[in-house]
Ligand binder design. Structure first.
Ligand SMILES: *Cc1c(COP(=O)(O)O)cnc(C)c1O
Length: 390
Protein backbone atom coordinates (compact mmCIF):
# COMPACT_ATOMS: atom_id res chain seq x y z
CA UNK A 1 0.00 0.00 0.00
CA UNK A 2 1.40 3.39 -0.98
CA UNK A 3 0.97 6.10 1.61
CA UNK A 4 0.66 9.80 1.00
CA UNK A 5 3.79 11.92 1.42
CA UNK A 6 2.27 13.77 4.35
CA UNK A 7 1.85 10.44 6.12
CA UNK A 8 5.29 9.09 5.16
CA UNK A 9 6.96 12.28 6.38
CA UNK A 10 5.53 11.44 9.79
CA UNK A 11 5.85 7.65 9.74
CA UNK A 12 9.18 7.42 7.88
CA UNK A 13 10.85 4.02 7.75
CA UNK A 14 14.46 5.24 7.87
CA UNK A 15 16.41 4.55 11.07
CA UNK A 16 19.99 5.90 11.37
CA UNK A 17 22.63 3.25 12.12
CA UNK A 18 23.14 2.53 15.80
CA UNK A 19 26.51 3.13 17.40
CA UNK A 20 26.92 6.90 17.08
CA UNK A 21 29.03 7.90 20.05
CA UNK A 22 30.45 11.30 21.02
CA UNK A 23 31.12 13.30 24.20
CA UNK A 24 27.76 14.98 23.77
CA UNK A 25 24.58 13.61 25.32
CA UNK A 26 21.86 13.65 22.64
CA UNK A 27 18.86 15.85 23.30
CA UNK A 28 15.97 13.42 23.40
CA UNK A 29 12.66 15.28 23.28
CA UNK A 30 9.12 14.09 23.36
CA UNK A 31 5.89 14.92 25.09
CA UNK A 32 4.51 11.57 23.98
CA UNK A 33 6.56 8.41 24.00
CA UNK A 34 5.74 5.47 21.67
CA UNK A 35 5.08 2.00 23.03
CA UNK A 36 5.60 -1.00 20.77
CA UNK A 37 2.40 -2.65 22.01
CA UNK A 38 -0.30 -2.33 24.63
CA UNK A 39 1.51 -4.69 27.00
CA UNK A 40 4.45 -2.27 27.03
CA UNK A 41 2.06 0.64 27.62
CA UNK A 42 0.66 -1.15 30.68
CA UNK A 43 3.88 -2.45 32.21
CA UNK A 44 6.47 0.26 31.77
CA UNK A 45 7.71 2.12 34.89
CA UNK A 46 9.45 5.47 35.00
CA UNK A 47 10.00 5.97 38.77
CA UNK A 48 13.06 3.70 38.83
CA UNK A 49 14.18 4.94 35.38
CA UNK A 50 13.67 1.50 33.87
CA UNK A 51 11.55 2.88 31.03
CA UNK A 52 10.00 5.86 29.27
CA UNK A 53 6.28 6.57 29.58
CA UNK A 54 5.66 10.26 29.03
CA UNK A 55 7.78 13.36 28.45
CA UNK A 56 7.00 14.65 31.93
CA UNK A 57 8.49 11.51 33.45
CA UNK A 58 11.86 11.84 31.77
CA UNK A 59 13.81 11.14 28.60
CA UNK A 60 17.32 9.70 28.12
CA UNK A 61 18.62 13.29 28.40
CA UNK A 62 17.05 14.09 31.76
CA UNK A 63 17.80 10.60 33.14
CA UNK A 64 21.46 11.14 32.22
CA UNK A 65 21.55 14.61 33.79
CA UNK A 66 19.92 13.25 36.96
CA UNK A 67 22.51 10.48 37.27
CA UNK A 68 25.41 12.89 36.80
CA UNK A 69 23.98 15.21 39.43
CA UNK A 70 23.52 12.23 41.77
CA UNK A 71 27.21 11.43 41.42
CA UNK A 72 28.12 15.06 42.10
CA UNK A 73 25.95 15.13 45.21
CA UNK A 74 26.88 11.69 46.52
CA UNK A 75 23.23 10.60 46.41
CA UNK A 76 21.42 7.73 44.70
CA UNK A 77 18.38 9.56 43.36
CA UNK A 78 17.89 12.96 41.72
CA UNK A 79 14.80 14.71 40.36
CA UNK A 80 14.80 17.86 38.25
CA UNK A 81 12.57 20.87 38.87
CA UNK A 82 11.89 24.01 36.81
CA UNK A 83 13.90 26.20 39.23
CA UNK A 84 15.72 26.03 42.54
CA UNK A 85 12.70 27.52 44.25
CA UNK A 86 10.42 24.95 42.58
CA UNK A 87 12.69 22.22 43.99
CA UNK A 88 12.25 23.66 47.50
CA UNK A 89 8.48 23.93 46.97
CA UNK A 90 8.32 20.33 45.78
CA UNK A 91 10.04 19.01 48.91
CA UNK A 92 7.61 21.02 51.05
CA UNK A 93 4.55 19.83 49.16
CA UNK A 94 5.64 16.20 49.04
CA UNK A 95 6.37 15.93 52.75
CA UNK A 96 3.92 18.25 54.50
CA UNK A 97 0.19 18.29 55.08
CA UNK A 98 -2.29 20.44 57.04
CA UNK A 99 -1.38 20.54 60.71
CA UNK A 100 2.33 19.90 60.10
CA UNK A 101 5.09 22.30 61.01
CA UNK A 102 8.37 23.04 59.26
CA UNK A 103 11.47 24.73 60.60
CA UNK A 104 13.49 27.26 58.65
CA UNK A 105 16.75 28.90 59.62
CA UNK A 106 16.20 32.66 59.96
CA UNK A 107 19.03 33.19 57.44
CA UNK A 108 17.43 30.90 54.82
CA UNK A 109 17.18 31.92 51.15
CA UNK A 110 14.56 34.69 51.35
CA UNK A 111 11.97 33.32 48.88
CA UNK A 112 11.92 30.05 50.85
CA UNK A 113 10.62 32.02 53.83
CA UNK A 114 8.08 33.83 51.64
CA UNK A 115 6.88 30.46 50.33
CA UNK A 116 6.23 29.19 53.87
CA UNK A 117 4.66 32.44 55.02
CA UNK A 118 2.34 33.02 52.07
CA UNK A 119 1.67 29.67 50.39
CA UNK A 120 2.18 26.85 52.89
CA UNK A 121 0.30 28.85 55.53
CA UNK A 122 -2.80 28.80 53.29
CA UNK A 123 -2.67 24.99 53.33
CA UNK A 124 -2.61 24.85 57.13
CA UNK A 125 1.13 24.24 57.35
CA UNK A 126 2.90 26.43 59.88
CA UNK A 127 6.58 27.30 60.12
CA UNK A 128 8.96 28.36 62.87
CA UNK A 129 12.30 30.08 62.53
CA UNK A 130 15.49 29.05 64.33
CA UNK A 131 18.90 30.68 64.67
CA UNK A 132 21.20 28.55 62.51
CA UNK A 133 24.19 29.54 64.66
CA UNK A 134 22.62 28.09 67.80
CA UNK A 135 21.66 24.39 67.91
CA UNK A 136 19.71 25.03 71.14
CA UNK A 137 17.45 27.38 69.19
CA UNK A 138 16.66 24.55 66.76
CA UNK A 139 16.00 22.11 69.63
CA UNK A 140 13.69 24.67 71.23
CA UNK A 141 11.72 25.27 68.01
CA UNK A 142 11.18 21.62 67.10
CA UNK A 143 7.93 19.94 68.23
CA UNK A 144 6.23 16.58 67.60
CA UNK A 145 4.39 18.35 64.74
CA UNK A 146 7.67 19.23 62.98
CA UNK A 147 7.83 17.08 59.86
CA UNK A 148 10.55 18.92 57.95
CA UNK A 149 13.64 20.86 59.02
CA UNK A 150 15.45 22.97 56.46
CA UNK A 151 19.13 23.82 56.73
CA UNK A 152 21.27 26.06 54.58
CA UNK A 153 25.03 26.56 54.62
CA UNK A 154 26.15 29.26 54.75
CA UNK A 155 23.31 31.66 55.53
CA UNK A 156 21.87 33.73 52.73
CA UNK A 157 23.65 37.12 52.28
CA UNK A 158 25.42 37.09 55.67
CA UNK A 159 27.26 33.86 54.83
CA UNK A 160 27.70 32.61 58.41
CA UNK A 161 28.54 28.92 58.26
CA UNK A 162 26.49 26.86 60.75
CA UNK A 163 27.64 23.81 62.69
CA UNK A 164 25.81 21.49 60.31
CA UNK A 165 26.76 18.34 62.23
CA UNK A 166 25.56 19.91 65.48
CA UNK A 167 22.27 21.08 63.95
CA UNK A 168 21.59 17.70 62.36
CA UNK A 169 22.32 15.90 65.64
CA UNK A 170 20.07 18.29 67.57
CA UNK A 171 17.23 17.82 65.08
CA UNK A 172 17.53 14.00 65.07
CA UNK A 173 17.52 13.91 68.84
CA UNK A 174 14.57 16.26 69.27
CA UNK A 175 12.39 14.61 66.61
CA UNK A 176 13.72 11.45 64.90
CA UNK A 177 10.70 11.41 62.56
CA UNK A 178 11.40 14.77 60.93
CA UNK A 179 12.99 14.84 57.47
CA UNK A 180 16.17 16.94 57.34
CA UNK A 181 16.63 18.91 54.13
CA UNK A 182 19.55 21.07 53.06
CA UNK A 183 19.65 23.81 50.42
CA UNK A 184 23.10 22.96 49.06
CA UNK A 185 23.29 25.58 46.30
CA UNK A 186 26.33 27.35 47.77
CA UNK A 187 28.32 24.14 48.20
CA UNK A 188 27.37 22.92 44.70
CA UNK A 189 28.25 19.36 45.73
CA UNK A 190 31.91 20.44 45.83
CA UNK A 191 32.55 22.33 49.08
CA UNK A 192 31.39 19.47 51.34
CA UNK A 193 29.57 16.12 51.15
CA UNK A 194 26.05 16.75 52.44
CA UNK A 195 24.92 13.13 52.58
CA UNK A 196 27.97 12.06 54.57
CA UNK A 197 26.84 14.58 57.20
CA UNK A 198 23.53 12.74 57.45
CA UNK A 199 20.95 14.92 55.68
CA UNK A 200 17.95 13.13 54.12
CA UNK A 201 17.42 15.34 51.10
CA UNK A 202 19.21 18.21 49.38
CA UNK A 203 18.11 20.74 46.82
CA UNK A 204 20.21 22.79 44.42
CA UNK A 205 19.55 25.82 42.34
CA UNK A 206 21.27 24.46 39.22
CA UNK A 207 20.63 27.99 38.02
CA UNK A 208 23.83 29.04 39.82
CA UNK A 209 27.19 27.24 39.44
CA UNK A 210 26.04 24.06 37.68
CA UNK A 211 24.65 26.17 34.83
CA UNK A 212 27.39 28.75 35.10
CA UNK A 213 26.07 30.71 32.15
CA UNK A 214 23.39 32.87 33.68
CA UNK A 215 21.00 31.46 31.07
CA UNK A 216 19.16 28.56 32.71
CA UNK A 217 16.70 28.24 35.56
CA UNK A 218 16.58 24.72 36.98
CA UNK A 219 16.60 22.93 40.31
CA UNK A 220 17.34 19.46 41.58
CA UNK A 221 16.30 17.34 44.53
CA UNK A 222 18.56 14.53 45.75
CA UNK A 223 18.02 11.74 48.26
CA UNK A 224 19.23 8.23 49.07
CA UNK A 225 16.22 6.57 50.59
CA UNK A 226 14.03 4.63 48.12
CA UNK A 227 10.75 5.35 49.93
CA UNK A 228 11.57 9.07 50.07
CA UNK A 229 12.42 9.00 46.36
CA UNK A 230 9.06 7.39 45.62
CA UNK A 231 7.20 10.04 47.66
CA UNK A 232 9.07 12.90 46.00
CA UNK A 233 8.71 11.36 42.52
CA UNK A 234 4.96 10.88 42.81
CA UNK A 235 4.37 14.46 43.97
CA UNK A 236 6.78 15.68 41.28
CA UNK A 237 4.74 13.88 38.65
CA UNK A 238 1.31 14.82 40.00
CA UNK A 239 2.27 18.48 40.13
CA UNK A 240 3.45 18.36 36.53
CA UNK A 241 7.01 19.55 37.17
CA UNK A 242 8.93 19.61 33.91
CA UNK A 243 12.23 20.96 32.60
CA UNK A 244 12.99 21.98 29.02
CA UNK A 245 15.26 19.58 27.18
CA UNK A 246 17.34 22.39 25.71
CA UNK A 247 17.94 23.60 29.25
CA UNK A 248 18.94 20.07 30.29
CA UNK A 249 21.36 20.11 27.35
CA UNK A 250 22.92 23.36 28.60
CA UNK A 251 23.38 21.82 32.05
CA UNK A 252 24.99 18.70 30.57
CA UNK A 253 27.35 20.96 28.66
CA UNK A 254 28.26 23.02 31.74
CA UNK A 255 28.71 20.25 34.29
CA UNK A 256 32.13 19.08 33.05
CA UNK A 257 33.61 22.52 33.82
CA UNK A 258 31.79 22.98 37.14
CA UNK A 259 34.68 22.02 39.44
CA UNK A 260 37.16 24.16 37.52
CA UNK A 261 34.86 27.19 37.53
CA UNK A 262 33.97 26.74 41.19
CA UNK A 263 37.64 26.60 42.20
CA UNK A 264 38.46 29.68 40.10
CA UNK A 265 35.55 31.67 41.53
CA UNK A 266 36.45 30.53 45.06
CA UNK A 267 40.04 31.73 44.65
CA UNK A 268 38.95 34.98 43.03
CA UNK A 269 36.44 35.76 45.81
CA UNK A 270 39.15 35.24 48.44
CA UNK A 271 41.47 37.63 46.56
CA UNK A 272 38.72 40.27 46.35
CA UNK A 273 37.92 39.71 50.05
CA UNK A 274 41.61 40.20 50.96
CA UNK A 275 41.63 43.43 48.99
CA UNK A 276 38.41 44.73 50.60
CA UNK A 277 39.19 43.83 54.22
CA UNK A 278 41.65 46.68 55.01
CA UNK A 279 39.53 49.35 53.28
CA UNK A 280 38.40 52.03 55.77
CA UNK A 281 34.87 52.15 54.28
CA UNK A 282 34.28 48.51 55.16
CA UNK A 283 33.67 47.40 58.73
CA UNK A 284 33.83 43.70 57.98
CA UNK A 285 34.13 41.29 55.09
CA UNK A 286 31.80 38.32 55.54
CA UNK A 287 33.21 35.17 53.92
CA UNK A 288 33.19 31.83 55.75
CA UNK A 289 36.81 31.01 54.83
CA UNK A 290 38.07 34.20 56.53
CA UNK A 291 39.01 33.96 60.18
CA UNK A 292 36.81 36.38 62.10
CA UNK A 293 33.81 35.71 59.85
CA UNK A 294 30.84 34.24 61.74
CA UNK A 295 30.98 30.45 61.60
CA UNK A 296 34.52 30.34 60.24
CA UNK A 297 35.40 27.55 62.69
CA UNK A 298 32.45 25.47 61.35
CA UNK A 299 33.51 26.11 57.77
CA UNK A 300 36.99 24.83 58.65
CA UNK A 301 35.53 21.62 60.09
CA UNK A 302 33.03 20.97 57.27
CA UNK A 303 34.45 22.34 54.03
CA UNK A 304 37.30 22.00 51.58
CA UNK A 305 36.24 24.94 49.38
CA UNK A 306 34.00 28.00 49.28
CA UNK A 307 31.77 29.54 46.63
CA UNK A 308 32.61 32.87 45.01
CA UNK A 309 30.44 34.96 47.32
CA UNK A 310 31.42 37.59 49.86
CA UNK A 311 29.45 40.27 51.63
CA UNK A 312 30.77 43.69 52.58
CA UNK A 313 29.44 45.15 55.81
CA UNK A 314 29.86 48.88 55.25
CA UNK A 315 30.83 51.12 58.12
CA UNK A 316 27.49 52.22 59.66
CA UNK A 317 28.49 55.89 59.23
CA UNK A 318 27.50 55.55 55.56
CA UNK A 319 23.82 55.90 54.66
CA UNK A 320 22.10 53.34 52.42
CA UNK A 321 21.95 56.06 49.73
CA UNK A 322 25.74 56.52 49.87
CA UNK A 323 26.28 52.78 49.50
CA UNK A 324 23.78 52.69 46.61
CA UNK A 325 25.89 55.37 44.91
CA UNK A 326 28.96 53.12 45.25
CA UNK A 327 27.09 50.23 43.63
CA UNK A 328 25.76 52.48 40.87
CA UNK A 329 29.33 53.60 40.13
CA UNK A 330 30.56 50.05 39.50
CA UNK A 331 31.24 49.21 35.87
CA UNK A 332 32.35 45.57 35.80
CA UNK A 333 30.15 44.46 38.69
CA UNK A 334 26.59 44.45 37.42
CA UNK A 335 23.54 44.79 39.66
CA UNK A 336 21.63 41.50 39.77
CA UNK A 337 20.56 38.53 41.86
CA UNK A 338 21.39 35.20 40.29
CA UNK A 339 25.05 34.39 40.80
CA UNK A 340 27.29 31.63 39.44
CA UNK A 341 27.78 33.00 35.94
CA UNK A 342 30.72 34.77 34.28
CA UNK A 343 29.69 38.30 35.31
CA UNK A 344 30.41 39.66 38.79
CA UNK A 345 27.35 40.99 40.61
CA UNK A 346 26.55 43.35 43.49
CA UNK A 347 23.31 43.63 45.52
CA UNK A 348 22.69 45.87 48.57
CA UNK A 349 20.75 44.76 51.65
CA UNK A 350 19.73 46.65 54.81
CA UNK A 351 21.00 44.70 57.81
CA UNK A 352 17.99 45.72 59.92
CA UNK A 353 15.49 44.45 57.33
CA UNK A 354 17.12 41.12 56.62
CA UNK A 355 16.08 38.93 59.56
CA UNK A 356 13.28 38.25 62.02
CA UNK A 357 15.54 37.18 64.93
CA UNK A 358 18.26 39.50 66.33
CA UNK A 359 21.54 39.58 64.36
CA UNK A 360 25.00 41.09 64.92
CA UNK A 361 24.96 42.97 61.58
CA UNK A 362 24.70 46.73 61.20
CA UNK A 363 24.24 49.24 58.41
CA UNK A 364 24.28 48.29 54.74
CA UNK A 365 25.48 44.95 53.45
CA UNK A 366 26.58 44.47 49.86
CA UNK A 367 26.77 40.95 48.56
CA UNK A 368 29.34 40.46 45.83
CA UNK A 369 29.21 37.40 43.59
CA UNK A 370 32.50 37.01 41.79
CA UNK A 371 32.36 35.98 38.15
CA UNK A 372 35.23 35.01 35.88
CA UNK A 373 36.81 38.42 35.25
CA UNK A 374 40.41 39.26 36.21
CA UNK A 375 40.52 40.06 39.93
CA UNK A 376 42.86 43.06 39.48
CA UNK A 377 40.23 44.59 37.20
CA UNK A 378 37.48 43.83 39.73
CA UNK A 379 39.45 45.42 42.59
CA UNK A 380 40.20 48.49 40.45
CA UNK A 381 36.45 48.74 39.77
CA UNK A 382 35.74 48.58 43.52
CA UNK A 383 38.48 51.12 44.30
CA UNK A 384 37.04 53.60 41.84
CA UNK A 385 33.47 53.12 43.12
CA UNK A 386 34.48 53.34 46.81
CA UNK A 387 36.05 56.68 45.88
CA UNK A 388 32.47 57.99 45.77
CA UNK A 389 32.50 57.93 49.58
CA UNK A 390 35.58 60.20 49.84
C1 LIG B 1 19.10 31.08 43.74
C2 LIG B 1 18.84 30.22 44.91
C3 LIG B 1 17.67 29.48 45.00
C4 LIG B 1 16.56 29.55 43.96
O1 LIG B 1 16.98 29.15 42.70
P1 LIG B 1 16.15 29.64 41.41
O2 LIG B 1 16.56 28.67 40.36
O3 LIG B 1 16.56 31.05 41.15
O4 LIG B 1 14.70 29.51 41.76
C5 LIG B 1 17.47 28.69 46.11
N1 LIG B 1 18.39 28.63 47.09
C6 LIG B 1 19.53 29.34 47.04
C7 LIG B 1 20.50 29.23 48.15
C8 LIG B 1 19.79 30.16 45.95
O5 LIG B 1 20.91 30.87 45.91
Amino acid sequence: MTRAKRTVLIHHPYKPPEGFDSPVVPVAKGSTVFFDNTAALRSRRWVDKSGYTYGLHGTPTTFTLEQRLATLEGARHVLLAPSGLAAIALVNQALLQAGDELLLPDNVYGPSKALARNELARWGITHRLYDAMDAASLSAAITPKTKLVWLEAPGSVTLEFPDLRGLLAAAREANPQATLALDNTWGAGLAFDAFELGVDVTVHALTKYPSGGGDVLMGSIACNDDALRETLSMTHSRLGNNVGLNDAELLLRSLPSLAVRYAAQDAAARRVADWCAPRPEIARVLHPARSGSPGHEHWVRHCRAAAGLLTLEFDPRYTPEQVDAVIDALELFRIGWSWGGPVSLAVPYRADQLRSLPTPYRGTLVRLAIGLEDTDDLCADLARALGKLA
